[in-house]
Write a protein that binds this ligand. Sequence first.
Ligand SMILES: Cc1ncc(COP(=O)(O)O)c(C=O)c1O
Length: 375
Amino acid sequence: MTPLPREQFPAVNRWAYLNHAGICPLPTSSVEAMHRQAVEVSLDGEFTYAAHSAAIEGARASAAALMGVPARDIAFVKNTSTGLGFVANGLEWSPGDRVVIPDGEFPSTLYPWLALADRGVVVDRVRGPLTTEAFAETIAAGPPPRIVVTSWVRFGHGGRVDLAALSRVCREAGALFCVDVIQGLGVIPARLEEWGVDFAMADGHKWLLGPQGCGVFYVRESCLDLLRPLEPGWNSVAHREDWDNLAYVPDVTARRLEGGMPNIAGIAALGASIDLLLSAGIEEIWSHVDGLCERAAEGLAGIGATVLSERDAGYRSGILSVRVDGMPVPLLAERLKARGIACSARSGGLRISPHGYNTEGEIDRLIVAVREIFA
Ligand SMILES: Cc1ncc(COP(=O)(O)O)c(C=O)c1O
């Protein structure tokens, strides 16, 4: 038995799908939610809007439960990059303001801050492993940063940052704390409010098992007024749908960041996917995925692979990266694909990222395939 029901994932009939750090296969409940929304609009157009609007609030509540934050602090956004851009471009900056961010981040996590160079913003990198001490050292090496930015889980080898510990360092330095959570949310239990995260964002298409191009953005209530809403529209104001009231009064919740018409089909699908995760239980999913990664690490090391991922309990994640000498990694990933095994090549390693419906048998299939490819 897997924590997530395998019958929800038609992809299992085609693949040993071990690539949730890339793009997930959609579960059937998510596809049905999207389809249902579209069919209803095809029949009744605008008359569906009230019910669909209410469904958005249901999805927001589910996302809030998953993230460990109040629902009022969540906005639905296009993707992770949009959420990061809302923070980078929504904050006010002065020349000389510092941003601290680790080396080796995913491009979208880094670019919004580099793009502030013309406003005199300085980006300082944390080098080496993702320890709280390494962050603290970089933070202390200059004037107090305005914001510390990091991904929760590193996209390449899967190293995980201790968010609760790092947020304490940020508080002491008087810095805001912004976390790209796309590589952890949906597989590792999250309590973002309690951990002291100020801003967090994730698109749906990885561990959330949702569609592409529909994500969540969390803003701590006390930080909401720090962000200038970049896309104000009818849906951003306190008196939305009062069409003749043209006063610009931003909504008191994170909804002020949503601008115009939400991606209703996408949010319906994302909500269904999150409900599937919640009903399986994130603790159960995490313990299952952690076990699968451990099995893969041991099995692949046993046939001569080098494990590149940090394997200490506090640092590991749903991503396992290994190097196998003797073949370029993209070619190895292609060979595995030809055998019906989906992984990816990232940061010099073969990236394996199972979810809560994968089985030990699928991990064993991967290990046997790698052994045969190199035989
Ligand atoms: C750490 C991280 N951030 C962001 C993204 C994707 O960003 P977006 O949702 O804007 O496409 C990825 C995708 O691989 C990622 O690994």
